[in-house]
Design a protein around this ligand. Sequence first.
Ligand code: KIV
Ligand code: ZN
Length: 538
Amino acid sequence: MSEGVVDRNRVVIFDTTLRDGEQSPGATLNIEEKIEIAKQLAKLGVDVIEAGFPISSQGDFEAVQRIAREVHGPVVAGLARAIVVDVDRAWEALKDAEKPRIHVFISTSDVHLKHLFKLTREEALQRAKEMVARAKSYCEDIEFSAQDATRSDLDYVCQMIEAVIEVGATTVNLPDTVGYTTPDEYERMISTVLSKVKNIDKAIISVHCHNDLGMAVANSLTALRAGARQVECTINGIGERAGNASLEEIVMALETRKDFFGLHTRANPAELLRTSRMVSSFTGIPVQPNKAIVGSNAFAHESGIHQDGMLKEKRTYEIMDAETVGAGETNLVLGKHSGRHAFRKHLSKLGYELGDEELNRIFFEFKQLCDKKKVVSDRDIETLIMDRVQSESDAAYRIEQVTVMTGNKMEPNATVKLIASDGSIVTEATVGDGPVDAVCKAISKLSGIQAELIEFNIAAITAGLDAQAEASIKLRFKGRVVTGRGSDTDIIVAAAKAYLHAVNKFIEMGTFEDETNADPYRRDEYGPLAGISRAFDR
Ligand code: KIV
Ligand code: ZN
């Protein structure tokens, strides 16, 4: 069995935010952001971090490699299709990890085999066996996924599972790739695999559910009751299409309803909210207010009757304490007269241990914020820390200065000064339909990225007229979509930061001139679905 799981009631939490989650439209993360999220996932206590799909791009390869080298505690997994180049590339990225895992997948449904892979069932079975054996020659911990398992012939799935366990798979995953199954049906599938696959005691059964019909969490939990012991999920439920099963909902369902499930995880719920905010912030994908566990209304009581009940006895309307998931933040008792030492101690209480240099920078920014805001909250501090990760990555441009002139009787105009990565300063002045438009136009001109704006949101992070604003922006450029975020006490500056964050991501992705000569490892060419038959022909 994988990773010494001896406790039969322990559920292995496999987080795929950085792989399946990053497949959400526009959720591109840069390497520094991925590493920061991976470190936070380790703090949260997940067992496995799926760090990426190393063959899909040079960026993914480097991210997996750095997470494998720099993040300690959890198993670090890399995804590979059942082809030689993928498995070898995954191992190359993972080989320095404390606990590496190669995750090999192939489809088992006829619709995928016929249209995507152009393989017969027998050929797919043979290929899966060969590639799991190849992966096993590199490392002990091997996961195999039967993609689209829930729309496959169950006898064939059982045959495939038995064959890959025979050659060394230690975890076998039965994904509901298109979010099609139902709790009862999925439960039957797990029970059948448990009873029919002769060597199933040599592996852990894993489940991986997508949320197309809104049943991903329910399906995952039912499968755990039926005997699966690994669950694959993402923070905030982000992922392809309607997303994946949400990690925070699964962890809290198992925790809050221990009486019913009789299962436990190693996750520390107190880190859930912080992780959720970090992922939302870095991906630019906001969390809906009514989202279970981590939404801003998840613990809010509006109606008089509910409020009355809460005042009399919390348990009348609350099944979990907000503090359990890391909410209930305090307002900082520090202010502009506080010293560095007290600030460091407070950050440590919040779970952030910074090196001296980093601390000095955040401390300086904290002091600046104290001049602008009466009350600096923990949320404000977290925002400063998120911004640090963003600005410390090798961004092509950073904001030096934003000046706008606007009003109801004039054409808004903006002057933007950016610092390029080589230290040079570039300046542009433009007019626009509004101040945000003018600022974004100036950044477009300076960077040469004339992107189309698809979405723009701005919200206050905390209460009060002096609150910091967080802007998130979605841009499309030459067929690709990315999101960006930025925060500031000035909403125009927040918007400028968000726009530049997205623009920097486009620049980091590299050249767009000739899509046909694109990097052969690019995700959309080598993704889990696209171009798969061509890749198999090699
Ligand atoms: O949804 C899916 O089937 C996947 C596999 C690659 C595990 O993400
Ligand atoms: Zn998936």
